[in-house]
Structure formats: C-alpha cells, structure tokens
Design a protein around this ligand. Structure first.
Ligand code: GDD
Ligand code: MN
Length: 394
C-alpha cells in the first residue's frame, strides 16, 4: 500500500517509484504505447486474474496498467497494490473522496503516460486479447477511437439475459440516434482512444455515470472510429454496479447531450413524461368511453394521467429525490395540487390567447392550446421541482 496509494486529485506520489527507477519502456519510446486504466469497485477476487491475463495479452508491447479504485470495502486497492511488487508496470490510484465509473476512468487517464489510453472492466467480462488489435487501429491505421464491440464481427453479448440485453440495446439505440458518428456499440465500457483525442475532449467531458465512451464520441469534432468484436463474458466474482439508478443517470446524461444547451436535462425529462401522460389520457379516454358515462370518463382519464406522470417523474425526472412510502403519499397530494394549478393556467391562457387573436379557426384554437400547455408545463415544472420534490435547481 505504501507505494501506490494516493489521495485523489494529487498526482504527486501516484507514481510507483520502481517504475521510473527501472525506466521501463520509456527508455525505448519515451512513453509507453498504451496505458490501460482499470476502474474497480469491489473487484478483489478479479483483479489478480485480470493483471495476469493482461501481462499475457500485452507481452510484446510497451504498456502500463493503472488501477483506479474508489476505496472499495473489500480492499481491492490493497490487493492491487500488493501486485505491484511483482509487476512494476502497475500503479494504483486509490480515491477516497470520489466515486463513479466515468470519473474513475478520467482520473486514471489523467495520470496515464501512454500514447494511447485504454479502459476495460476489471470483472473479466471484456476480452483483453483484442487489446493489441484495438491499439493497432489507432497507432497503425489512424483511428481516433477503437471500441471493443459486441455488435461488430465476432462480437456478441454472450450469456446476457433478456433484461440486460434490452437495457443495452435501448441505450445503444438512443445513443446512436444522437451521435453524428455511427457506432454500433456506443455503450461499451471497453475502448482505446488516441492521446490527441483525449487532449481534445478532456476539458469538456462530463464524467457522470456509466457512459464515458459516449463522451469521447460526442464531444468535439466527429472522430473516426473502429470497432473490433469480442464476446462479452460472464462476471466471475462479485456483483454488477449497473442498477436502475445508473440507467436513469444514463438517460439523463443523454438528454443533456441532446438538448443541454437550451434546457436542462431534467426539464426535458419532465416534458417527455408530460407528453407520455397526454397519450395515456387519450388512451384511457377512448378505452373507458366504451363502458362508462362521459363525465366520469373525463375525470378518470385525467386522474390516470396524473398518477402516471407522478410515478414516472418520481422514478425518472426526480430520481435523485425519489419519494417512497408515506413520503410519496404527501408528494402525490402536492403533485395533484400543482396539476390542478396547471389546468387553470392552461385553460386561462388558452382563452386569453384565443381572444387576443380574435378568431375561432382551428389554427387559432391549436396555437392557443399549445401556448397554454407550454406555459403550464414550464410553470408546473418549477412548482413540482420546488414544492413536490424540493429538489435543488438544475
Ligand atoms: N472506480 C470505480 N468506481 N469503478 C467502478 C465503479 C465506481 O463507482 N462502478 C463500477 N466500477 C467498475 C467495476 O468494478 C468494473 O470493473 C467496471 O467498473 C464495470 O462495472 P460493472 O458493474 O461490472 O458494470 P457492468 O458489467 O454492469 O456494465 C458494463 O457494461 C455496460 C454496457 O452493457 C460496463 O462495461 C459499462 O461501462 C457498460 O456501459
Ligand atoms: Mn461487469
């Protein structure tokens, strides 16, 4: 632990002294060909196996390995540090004041010295044997980014269950839709970037959540990308950290990439939920009108949409402030009050605008209704943010 451990942020002391004394590889090329960053959180059992496999896969190359551990309770950082005795190319960065996959990767890249910068998961799900090909795509063929891809020739999702497959697929579709560079597996956590690309985007990336590759793809000028297939392996030890909240964070980050310049991701999420509520209301209206009387149907449809909107805003838009149990009963009551206020604002604005235009054409009604709905959405968003969820401004 003595040699490798440092507090996050200070790069002094990070350097494993033995590395420099031996002058490994640096003598030959000035800098290693590749720095492989391995983010870890509770990977104590996997990290010794991975380091051994990387030594084999990279045997002919100048490389360095950087483990970035967020102070894992299972002491991954300590196990990794013990490995530096036998492997001086390995350095360990132990962060005690930060957490998160993307920020860990950026911290590792920040202290890396390689001509190319690679990242792969510690849990042996990424096939390290394709690393030389990924590196070659950059140094020999001039790509900016080389992606270990489950969607390229020879690639597959392995034993992924239907749920994880759907999550990955949906995330990839959304990302593809928003990227200017077509990439088949933009969700991959296994990739190599050139130092030039890293330098171009380093100050602009937003290191939140799990979508670090997306940042490298979407920021700056469109990069040239090569994908190399690999079969996604089974996790041997430990558990995944990709939970529901991580998926929500990913969706929010996509919204920020898409519209962040104009409105906040949170507002985009709120607006999307609102639009889905309109659809729900229409469906309930049609469905119930077959069996119930018109007046009851009208109210039931509104109530269904309000419940729907509350649930999704609670789970998605304001996920960080999610209400559970009794809290959500109070939250739901407030949400109803705000919704009622929204209906008033929308109808009042609509008739005001219609009066101002002074005609009763369909176009006028449409414009007036849209203005009313827009105003109510913006107003309700702010009311729900401050009153219902009491969220910090964003
Ligand atoms: N330092 C650090 N801090 N490392 C972390 C953290 C963190 O907060 N969270 C996860 N990691 C490490 C894990 O220890 C592992 O080495 C790697 O990041 C990936 O985490 P997993 O929890 O195994 O993720 P996954 O297998 O569910 O997700 C993989 O596939 C996704 C696409 O399907 C990853 O490769 C993702 O990057 C990828 O988007
Ligand atoms: Mn994994």
């Amino acid at each position: 632990m003595e040699t490798g451990q440092v507090a996050a942020g200070s790069s002094a002391g990070v350097t494993n002294a033995r590395y420099d004394r031996r002058g490994l590889d640096r003598r030959r090329t000035g800098q290693p060909l590749v720095s492989v960053v391995i983010p870890t959180y509770n990977e104590a059992e996997n990290i010794p196996i991975l380091v051994r496999r990387l030594e084999q896969a990279l045997a002919d190359l100048d490389y360095e390995l950087i483990v970035v551990d967020d102070d894992s309770p299972d002491l991954t950082w300590q196990i990794a540090d013990e490995l530096t005795q036998a492997q001086p190319r390995l350095r360990v960065l132990r962060r005690t004041d930060a957490r998160g996959l993307s920020s860990a990767v950026m911290a590792g890249f920040g202290i890396a010295r390689g001509r190319t910068l690679a990242v792969l998961d510690a849990d042996l799900q990424h096939d390290e044997r394709i690393l030389p090909e990924l590196i070659g795509a950059i140094v020999d063929d001039g790509a900016d980014i080389a992606v270990g891809s489950r969607e390229a020739d020879g690639g597959s999702y392995g034993e992924f269950g239907p749920w994880r497959r759907t999550v990955s697929w949906t995330g990839a579709q959304l990302a593809r839709f928003m990227l200017r560079t077509p990439v088949n597996d933009p969700m991959s956590g296994f990739f190599v970037v050139s130092r030039a690309r890293y330098d171009e985007v380093v100050d602009k990336v937003n290191p939140k959540g799990f979508k670090i590759l997306l940042e490298f793809l979407a920021t700056g000028t469109p990069p040239s990308v090569t994908e190399v297939g690999f079969k996604f392996g089974q996790r041997l030890h430990g558990a995944t950290k990709l939970t529901g909240s991580v998926i929500v964070a990913y969706l929010m980050a996509l919204l920020e990439l898409a519209g962040g310049r104009f409105v906040t991701a949170r507002f985009s999420a709120y607006a999307i939920v609102g639009m889905s509520g309109v659809v729900v209301r229409a469906l309930v209206l049609v469905g119930l009108s077959l069996i119930a009387d018109a007046r009851a149907t009208w109210w039931l449809a509104i109530e269904a949409a309000v419940l729907w909107n509350y649930w999704w805003n609670n789970r998605f838009t304001f996920n960080a402030y999610r209400q559970r149990g009794r809290q959500s009963i109070v939250g739901l009551a407030k949400f109803h009050a705000v919704a009622a206020h929204g209906v008033l604002v929308a109808t009042a604005t609509q008739s005001l605008v219609a009066d101002l235009i002074g005609s009763e054409s369909l176009l006028t009604v449409g414009v007036a209704a849209t203005v009313g709905l827009g105003l109510a959405t913006v107003g309700n968003y702010h009311l729900n943010r401050s009153i219902t969820w009491q969220a910090l401004p964003a």
